[in-house]
Design a protein around this ligand. Structure first.
Ligand SMILES: [Zn+2]
Ligand SMILES: [Zn+2]
Length: 159
């Protein structure tokens, strides 16, 4: 049996469960993520959408402009409006970018990589030992083989 990880919004109307570990965790320092979070970066755990189960409630999709121009679909609690995860244009609805801060045990998912560090806030000091790239990256270079294999499987479902 694989591990499961629960999370949810602030008012607890929406609760969800990841049914395995994520594929990879991006810490994004782009200016879009800074604005959306109101903070210095966004921490996203990428995981197959069918490995995110709703335990209670139902998040609502809000289309939000994105750097690519294609928009990003944010899934928010309909009551307290906290964003739980989002879908980007690339893998679309097949992959959820779960906002790590909404997981009950957020500290278990440190970044696997820091991206868009060219626009990071100057006071943010990156830890040694974690890959960091000025913009985006080639996933074949950084993702573990197991996650790449999982990607092959979900990309086959892409319409
Ligand atoms: Zn809520
Ligand atoms: Zn970003």
């Amino acid at each position: 049996m694989s591990e499961t990880f629960e999370g949810g919004c602030s008012c607890r109307a929406v609760r969800y469960r990841m049914t395995s570990r994520p594929l990879f965790v991006n810490c994004c320092h782009c200016t879009w993520c800074q604005r959306e979070s109101g903070a210095s970066f966004a921490l996203n755990a990428m995981i197959e959408a069918d490995r995110v189960e709703l335990v209670s409630g139902e998040p609502e999709a809000v289309m939000t402009p994105s750097n690519s121009g294609k928009g990003q679909k944010f899934w928010r609690c309909p009551k307290c409006r906290v964003a739980l995860w989002s879908n980007y244009a690339g893998a679309g609805d097949l992959v959820n970018f779960v906002r790590v801060g909404t997981l009950d045990e957020a500290g278990r998912f440190p970044p696997d990589i820091h991206i868009f560090t060219s626009t990071k806030q100057p006071w943010v000091v990156l830890p040694p030992g974690t890959p960091a790239v000025p913009e985006y990256y080639d996933r074949k270079q950084y993702w573990p083989a197991e996650s790449l294999a999982r990607r092959e499987a979900y990309m086959r479902k892409k319409p």
